[in-house]
Design a protein around this ligand. Structure first.
Ligand code: NDP
Length: 247
């Protein structure tokens, strides 16, 4: 795959899908800025692993739900390297409860971490990428944005908002050479899905046409494609990576 730009920022990159995206993009020649919130050791270990494979990486700590910190983080990258061509809004949380028991704060905190942070990232990307009239952003949403899910009115609202927001950013970014796309992963084997009981996991696996949970690599490969020049005619789309669970 061809990449015209040099630097990529991956949020929530110290674990799970974000870590795999970082390794994948570094292996394709991008300098990866590994954002983390509370896992300095994992972030450092990931940087070392990437460098051992001949890649280039830097670690950058900020909480994506703090908009000033996010803006400052992007400024740090520009001050250091003069450019940011790619952004992956991957950081995300769940706080599942049935709607009747969900406090307004439970709803707001998930919206803030998953959706407001992605807005701030997309907006700041628009500012810095406009200068070069080139850039590509991928937002990591979720299959449940498309299907709904019991116990996740907060999470589904945040991830559904990401999908429609991606389209609006795609329209605003198009004249400036910036593409915005989203991915809706199905069930992917990470810490987030480790929380599910074996019974629930088996129930989902039985329903997945490809009969397995996805891997973080499955998502990383889709991210790499959407960021790359091979996807230069693709913007405002949602790519489903879900083993056929929702078509
Ligand atoms: P993980 O919980 O393994 O990773 C999430 C990462 O986001 C963690 O490293 C976490 O860091 C980071 N993060 C959370 N809040 C913040 C914050 N405020 N600022 C900075 N970093 C933050 O989950 P996954 O790898 O599974 O999930 C990655 C993305 O994929 C998420 O957006 C998730 O919603 C989405 N997704 C996952 C699916 C799955 O099946 N696993 C399915 C569909 C979508 P920390 O621990 O320090 O908070």
């Amino acid at each position: 795959m061809e990449f015209n730009g040099k630097n990529v920022l991956v949020t929530g990159a110290a674990s799970g899908i974000g870590a795999e995206i970082s390794k994948n993009l570094a292996s394709r020649g991008l300098k990866v800025w590994i954002n983390y919130r509370s896992r300095p050791q994992e972030a450092d270990d990931l940087k070392v692993e990437i460098e051992a494979q001949g890649g280039v990486a830097a670690v950058i700590c900020f909480d994506v739900s703090d908009d000033k910190a996010f803006v400052e983080g992007i400024k740090t990258i520009i001050d250091s390297d003069g450019e940011l061509s790619y952004l992956v809004n991957n950081a995300g949380i769940t706080n599942d409860k049935l709607a009747l028991r969900m406090k307004t704060e439970d709803f707001e905190s998930v919206i803030k971490t998953n959706l407001v942070s992605a807005f701030v990232g997309c907006r700041e990307a628009l500012k810095v990428m406009s200068k070069k009239r080139f850039g590509s952003v991928v937002n990591i949403s979720s299959i449940v944005a498309e299907t709904g899910n019991v116990g996740q009115v907060n999470y589904t609202a945040s991830k559904g908002g990401m999908l429609s927001m991606t389209k609006s950013f795609a329209l605003e970014g198009s004249a400036r050479g910036i593409r915005y796309n989203a991915i809706t992963p199905g069930f992917i084997a990470t810490e987030m899905t480790d929380k599910l009981s074996d019974e629930v996991k088996k129930g989902y696996t039985d329903k997945i046409p490809l009969k397995r949970f996805g891997s973080a690599q499955d998502i990383a490969n889709a991210v790499a494609f959407l960021l790359s020049d091979e996807a230069s005619y693709i913007t405002g789309t949602t790519l489903k990576v879900n083993g056929g669970l929702y078509m």
